[in-house]
Design a protein around this ligand. Structure first.
Ligand code: CA
Length: 233
């Protein structure tokens, strides 16, 4: 598989150069942009496979860039932010970003995010997201029969646990926020009922994970949400 083209959007020149040098050293192709307008121009003219986007840009808020890209493209977007506040990450994820990196980040973290995004791309391109059966490592969900299996053994889920599992599977590799999940499960009036979500997620994980201490399927993003980990093949 060809290494994907990564659009690097960052106004801080030293960070941008470091990212580009890292990408180049690992055989990724890349396009640089130093502003929101330049990012949108490059995104429409070069059709990159992945965007890595700084949230604090000189001309536009990064969230606006995400919304603009999402109006015509579902390319994976990894948000890069110096802001450590969870609300910024949640805002960016709810606007359509897939994942986030918090500055300062290591080269290893950057590469790990890209590998995870590539697994998500493979999954999206294979049509797995719209298939009637979802398979991820030892997990299999049969949407038609409404049944889930771990290593071919059926796991018995409550309706809410099953709904949560489906949301995670249908968005495998993407971080889903607390507001997104609570709204999908209970509707808009439940947007802030994170405690309930945690309870159902805990029971789902007990049924799914053989070692809850080192989860294989559902990753927790403290203060932000949850993600279905895409298994390497
Ligand atoms: Ca910046």
């Amino acid at each position: 598989m060809n290494k994907p083209v990564v659009l690097v959007v960052e106004d801080d020149k030293s960070v941008r150069k470091l990212m580009s040098a890292t990408l180049q050293a690992h055989d990724y192709r890349f396009i640089e942009a130093a502003s929101g307008q330049e990012a949108l121009l490059n995104a429409t003219s070069h059709h990159p496979d992945i965007a890595m986007l700084d949230l604090g840009l000189p001309d536009m808020d990064g969230v606006e860039v995400i919304r603009a890209i999402r109006s015509w493209s579902n390319m994976p977007i990894v948000v890069i932010s110096a802001r450590s506040e969870d609300t910024d990450k949640i805002g960016a994820l709810d606007a359509g970003a897939d994942d986030y990196l918090v500055k300062p980040f290591s080269v290893d973290e950057l590469l790990a995010r890209l590998r995870a995004i590539q697994r998500r791309l493979v999954m999206l391109k294979s049509g797995a997201a719209s298939s009637p059966v979802f398979v991820n490592g030892g997990l299999r969900v049969d949407y038609t029969a409404r049944r889930a299996y771990i290593q071919e053994r059926e796991i018995h889920l409550t309706p809410i646990e099953y709904k949560l599992l489906c949301l995670l599977c249908q968005n495998a590799g993407k971080v889903l926020t607390y507001p997104y999940l609570t709204e999908k499960i209970w509707g808009a009036s439940w947007r802030h009922e994170v405690a309930n979500l945690r309870v159902f997620m805990a029971t789902l994980r007990r049924k799914l994970e053989s070692e809850p201490g080192s989860p294989q399927y559902i990753q927790t993003h403290i203060g932000v949400g949850y993600r279905m980990i895409t298994q390497g093949t």
